[in-house]
Design a protein around this ligand. Sequence first.
Ligand code: ADE
Length: 251
Amino acid sequence: MTGEGEKSAFARGVWRAVALTLFPEMFPGPLGHSLAGQALEQGLWTLETVDIRAFARDKHRTVDDSPFGGGAGMVMRADVIDEAVRAAKEQAGDVPLVYMTPRGRQLTQSRVRELAQGPGVLVLCGRYEGVDQRVLDAHGAEEISVGDYVLSGGELAAQVLMDACVRLIPGVMGSSASGEDESFEAGLLEYPHFTRPASWQGREVPEVLLSGHHENIRAWRREQAEAVTKERRADLWKAYTANPEKSGDEN
Ligand code: ADE
C-alpha cells in the first residue's frame, strides 16, 4: 500500500532502469554497492529486471534458434524478445529502449547526460550471437556499444551504462559529478591528481599545486589535460582544436 506522502517511485518521477536479461541474478551486482547502491537504497533511482526466459513459449523454455543463412552460434528469437519488451514497457512506462551490442554506436558522456536527464532506460541484454534484428527495428531500439571489444553478454555493458547515468542523477554524487573538471566535460581527458604525502618515495607533487596560486593551478591543469588528450586521444584532440568551446558537447 502506498499512503499519503508516500508516493511510489514511478509517481515521484524517479529515474528508472529496467534490465531485460536471461540472467536477472546478475543485477544489481556492482550497482548495489557504493554510490549507486546507496542511491538505490535511498530511492533516488529504481532498478528492476525482466527475465527473458519467462516469455519463452515452449515447454523447453527456448529463447534462441540457429541463424538463417547459417553460421556459428544462436540468435535470440524476435517473438520471445517482443513479449519481454512489451512487459518491460508496461512496467517502466515511456522510457527509451536500448540494446547493448558491439555493433552499436559507442556510448559517450553526452549520450549518458541525455539519458540521465530523461525518465530512465530499458536495457535489453543480448547473449549468444545477438538478437533477431526485426524486433530491434520494430521497437526502435537504440543500439549502444561500450567499446571496441566483445563481452560474453550485454549485462556488464548494461551495468556500465546504468552506472554512468545514475551518478549524474541529482543528489547521487552531490555537485561533483557535473563538475567542469571531469574527463570529457570540456572535450578533454582529465588532469592528473595528487594528495598527501607531498613527497613519496622520492617523487614530488608538482610545485604549482602547493603554491596556493589558483590561477596558475587552473592553467597548469588545463595544460596537463590538453597534453594527455593530444597524446592518447587523437579523436578528442581533433574535435577540441576545431572548436575548444563546444567540443565537450559531443563527448
Ligand atoms: N555485448 C557484447 N559486447 C558488447 C559491447 N562491447 N558493448 C555493448 N554490448 C556488448
